[in-house]
Design a protein around this ligand. Structure first.
Ligand SMILES: NC(=O)c1ccc[n+]([C@@H]2O[C@H](COP(=O)([O-])OP(=O)(O)OC[C@H]3O[C@@H](n4cnc5c(N)ncnc54)[C@H](O)[C@@H]3O)[C@@H](O)[C@H]2O)c1
Length: 325
């Protein structure tokens, strides 16, 4: 077996790295690419659709479930230092209604990780707190994932994705990091006609005087401001490509739980408007309680999220106003 290339570092400091980001036209991918550029690195995107937010980096338009013949081999030979796989159908309830999309998520992982295996390129996988299922998880440590419990087809697709990563690590020595994200919100997330996300959806509805529906009054979730999440991923990429950290599974979240009712209150306060709320039961497949233990991210990556929901929501409202101009 051919070994993975020497890591890129001079005196322990990573040099410029070239990174393939799948799902680069999405929220996390776009923010990550922009951050990497600002750090002097070279991101290249791959997505099924063009980026509607920015044109600051190259995007290869391709369907990762059915890549054109030769694409995987071509990318594997393109001298990337890291592949960050974020492409997915990312909406939990949509996959309950259409589980075939969960299978497509697994196909995307397979094709992305094949770029890494063939090109001997370290791999970063964007997983989810959904792998923990929905049982007794007040504070969840990475080792506590119980893969017997898959809450939804989306969870199953992330569990399968992680399983591919761990199996490639064992069989081919693939250096990797798995990040489990939780309710990432902020910049580049208000394309809600494409993907409904709770924070921008509630901001839009409350702002325009519409009723908001909370599925699950008891739900407590860990909302992560996008800049905090991106700091964690970027630190991971630099440590992985400079050989300091590898083969770890890491929660990236804020580390505090908020009810959706509290989210509505915060949005109403920031917009200075009253909200009209209806409560309905949690829908099938949705997690009702998750607060991450982020001590591993702090220890391995120096991760220190600094944006509580009150501040992040204000930032998001301000960004949406500027973006709408
Ligand atoms: N944002 C969150 O709160 C959150 C939480 C947990 C996990 N995640 C995971 O992080 C990753 C990124 O999330 P996001 O919020 O940026 O999602 P997103 O939907 O904004 O971005 C995903 C991107 O994948 C692309 N894509 C979908 N199908 C594709 C295909 N067949 N070929 C190529 N590209 C395809 C989409 O066009 C989209 O741009 C996803 O894997 C998601 O499951 C996100």
């Amino acid at each position: 077996m051919r070994s993975f290339p020497e890591v890129k570092a001079e005196n322990g400091v990573p040099t410029t790295v070239k990174i393939l980001i799948t799902g680069s036209s999405g929220q996390i991918g776009t923010n990550l690419a922009e951050r990497l550029i600002s750090m002097g690195h070279e991101p290249v995107g791959l997505d099924i659709r063009a980026n509607t937010w920015v044109d600051t980096f190259r995007t290869i338009e391709a369907d990762l479930t059915a890549p054109e013949k030769g694409l995987i081999e071509m990318l594997a030979g393109d001298e990337f230092d890291c592949v960050v796989h974020l492409a997915a159908h990312a909406k939990v309830y949509e996959l309950v209604e259409n589980p075939a999309k969960a299978l497509e998520n697994v196909e995307m992982v397979f094709n992305a990780i094949e770029i890494s295996r063939r090109g001997r390129i370290p791999f970063v996988f964007g997983s989810s707190r959904e792998v923990y299922g929905d049982v007794t998880r007040h504070m969840t440590e990475e080792a506590h994932a119980d893969f017997v419990i898959a809450e939804s087809p989306y969870s199953a697709s992330k569990i399968a994705g992680e399983a591919f990563v761990y199996s490639y690590s064992r069989c081919y020595g693939l250096p990797h990091l798995v990040f489990r994200f939780s309710n990432v919100y902020g910049r580049y997330d208000n394309d809600i006609e494409r993907l409904e996300r709770v924070v921008p959806l509630f901001i839009k509805k409350i702002g325009s005087g519409e009723k908001v529906t909370i599925f699950g009054p008891e739900k407590v979730l860990d909302f992560t401001y996008v800049d905090d999440c991106i700091s964690g991923i970027a630190a991971g990429i630099e440590r992985l490509t400079s050989g300091k950290v590898a083969n770890e599974t890491i929660n990236l979240a804020y580390g505090r739980g908020y009810t959706l009712a509290r989210l509505v209150e915060i949005i109403s306060e920031k917009l200075s408007v009253k909200s009209d709320v209806e409560f309905l039961p949690t829908r099938a497949g949705e997690v009702t309680r998750y607060v991450a233990n982020i001590s591993k991210a702090a220890r391995l990556l120096g991760y220190a999220p600094s944006t509580p929901l009150e501040v992040g929501v204000a930032n998001e409202i301000e960004w949406a106003r500027t973006a709408a101009r």
